[in-house]
Write a protein that binds this ligand. Structure first.
Ligand code: MN
Length: 423
C-alpha cells in the first residue's frame, strides 16, 4: 500500500457512496425518535441519526462554550446563537466520535443502541424557529427571464439589479418542513375576481441560516459575514403567479408567496461546504466597497427538481441547475441586509431567490420552463403542464460531488392539494 496516500475520512457506520450524509457532511436537524415524543437535535450519518441530546446529557460532547444544554430542544436556535468556534468544536468532536478508527462509540454497543437511531423510524421537524425570513432575487438568468416576459428583452434587468442584491421580506410563520402538503391558495386574480390560483408554481432556491446575531445599527462588514452564517437548506418558495401579478404593484409580492414556503430538514453547515467553494461569477459594473471582499466565493452545489403527477406517480426531472449560477454571494446578501442598520437574529432565514442557469433545462420555475404558457411542458403519458396541477408533488434535491462521496442536502418535497372551497 502506498504510505503517502492520505486515508480518506471514513466512519465505522457504513455509508453508501450515493448517500447524502457521509462523515464529511454531518448536517443538523430536529427529530422525534420512535421511543419518545420529545423533539431533540441530531446529525445525519448514513441512514442513521446521531442523538446529540443524549450525548450531551452523558457529558460526551466535551466543552464547546455552552453555559447550558443546547441539544435537548425543539430547535437549533440555542446552538446557532453561540459562535462559529463552538460550531466547529462540536463538528470536530462528532467527527472524532464517528471515524472508523475511533473506538469510544464504535466499541460501546449499549451506547450505540442509545444514540444511533434508524432515520426511517424518526420524524423530522422544522430545524429552526425562524424569527424573520428574507427572499433575495440573486440569479441573473432568473431575473432576466422574468424581466423579459414582463418588459421585453431590452429592459429585462431593472436599473438597480447589478448594483445591489434585490430582496423582499418574506413571511416566517408559514415556513414548513419537507413532507408538508401545500394547499392551493385562493386570492384576488384581478379586479373583482376571487378564487383558486390557476398559476401555481415552485421556485428552486437555497437559503442560509444566521447563527450569531448582529447589533441594531451596526452593519456586518462583508469580511465578517461568514462568522454569522451557520449553514444552508433547500427552499421551495411556492408561488401563485396570478395572485402575484395583480398584487405586486408597487410594493412587491405578498399573499402570492406567504401562504407556504417549504425547507429541507437537514441544515448543512458552511464547514461541510468548505471544500466545494468556487469563485463567484465576475461582477460588472464593480460593486460598492461594502459589497467587495477578496475572499468572497460561491459553492458548487448541484440542484435538481422533480415533478410527480398523481396519475402516474412517476417522477419527471424538470430542472438541473447549480448554486454557482447565482450572481450575488450569501456574504454580499448578509452585508447588504445589515448595511442600513437592520440587525439579524439567530435563526433568520435568507433565501437566494430562484436559481436559474443559462440553459433552458436549468430554469428554476414553471413560469420560466413553460415561458408563461408559450411553451407547455409535455410529460410522459401525454400530460401537459404550464403550471402545477392538484395532486402534483414537487421534490427538490441538492448535493456537492466529493471524491468518492457526496455532501448532500437530502430533499424538500411537498404535494399540492386542491384549494379550500369558497362560496
Ligand atoms: Mn422566491
Amino acid at each position: 500500500m502506498n504510505q503517502q496516500q492520505a486515508q480518506p475520512l471514513e466512519s465505522f457506520i457504513k455509508v453508501a457512496p450515493e448517500s447524502h450524509f457521509p462523515i464529511q457532511n454531518l448536517p443538523y436537524g430536529v427529530f422525534r425518535p420512535p421511543h419518545d415524543p420529545a423533539p431533540r437535535i441530531g446529525v445525519a450519518i448514513g441512514d442513521h441519526i446521531l442523538d446529540l441530546a443524549e450525548l450531551e446529557r452523558q457529558g460526551l460532547l466535551a466543552d464547546f462554550g455552552a453555559k447550558h444544554r443546547v441539544f435537548d430542544r425543539d430547535s437549533l436556535n440555542a446552538f446557532l446563537e453561540l459562535s462559529r468556534t463552538s460550531w466547529t468544536q462540536v463538528r470536530s468532536r462528532l467527527t472524532d466520535l464517528l471515524r472508523a478508527d475511533s473506538t469510544e462509540l464504535r466499541d460501546n454497543n449499549p451506547l450505540r443502541q442509545q444514540v444511533l437511531l434508524p432515520m426511517d423510524q424518526c420524524e423530522m421537524l422544522l430545524p429552526v424557529a425562524v424569527p424573520d425570513y428574507t427572499d433575495f432575487y440573486s440569479s441573473r438568468d432568473h431575473a432576466t427571464n422574468v424581466g423579459t416576459m414582463l418588459r421585453g428583452a431590452d429592459n429585462a434587468l431593472q436599473e438597480n439589479w447589478l448594483h445591489l442584491p434585490v430582496a423582499y421580506h418574506g413571511r416566517a410563520s408559514s415556513l414548513v418542513v419537507s413532507g408538508t402538503d401545500i394547499q392551493r391558495p385562493n386570492g384576488q386574480l384581478g379586479a373583482g375576481q376571487f378564487g383558486p390560483s390557476r398559476a401555481m408554481d415552485f421556485e428552486l432556491e437555497m437559503g442560509f441560516f444566521v447563527g450569531t446575531e448582529s447589533i441594531l445599527g451596526q452593519p456586518i462588514p462583508i469580511e465578517r459575514t461568514a462568522e454569522h452564517i451557520f449553514g444552508m437548506v433547500l427552499v421551495n418558495d411556492w408561488s401563485a403567479r396570478d395572485i402575484q401579478k395583480w398584487e405586486y404593484v408597487p410594493l412587491g409580492p405578498f399573499l402570492a408567496k406567504s401562504f407556504a414556503t417549504s425547507i429541507s430538514p437537514w441544515v448543512v453547515t458552511t464547514d461541510a461546504l468548505e471544500e466545494f467553494r468556487r469563485p463567484l461569477p465576475a461582477q460588472d459594473p464593480e460593486v460598492l466597497p461594502y459589497l467587495r471582499w477578496d475572499a468572497d466565493h460561491s459553492y458548487d452545489i448541484e440542484l435538481g427538481v422533480y415533478l410527480t403527477p398523481e396519475s402516474t406517480n412517476a417522477a419527471v426531472e424538470m430542472t438541473r441547475s447549480n448554486f454557482q449560477h447565482l450572481y450575488w454571494s450569501i456574504h454580499q446578501q448578509l452585508a447588504h441586509h445589515t448595511v442600513a442598520g437592520c440587525n439579524v437574529r439567530p435563526g433568520d432565514l435568507l433565501a437566494s431567490g430562484t436559481i436559474s442557469g443559462p440553459e433552458k433545462e436549468s430554469r428554476g420555475s414553471m413560469l420560466e420552463l413553460s415561458w408563461r404558457g408559450a411553451e407547455p411542458l409535455e410529460l410522459p403519458g401525454g400530460d401537459q403542464r404550464i403550471f402545477l396541477a392538484d395532486g402534483d408533488r414537487v421534490t427538490m434535491t441538492a448535493w456537492c460531488e466529493g471524491d468518492g462521496y457526496r455532501v448532500g442536502f437530502g430533499e424538500v418535497t411537498g404535494k399540492l392539494l386542491p384549494a379550500r372551497t369558497t362560496s
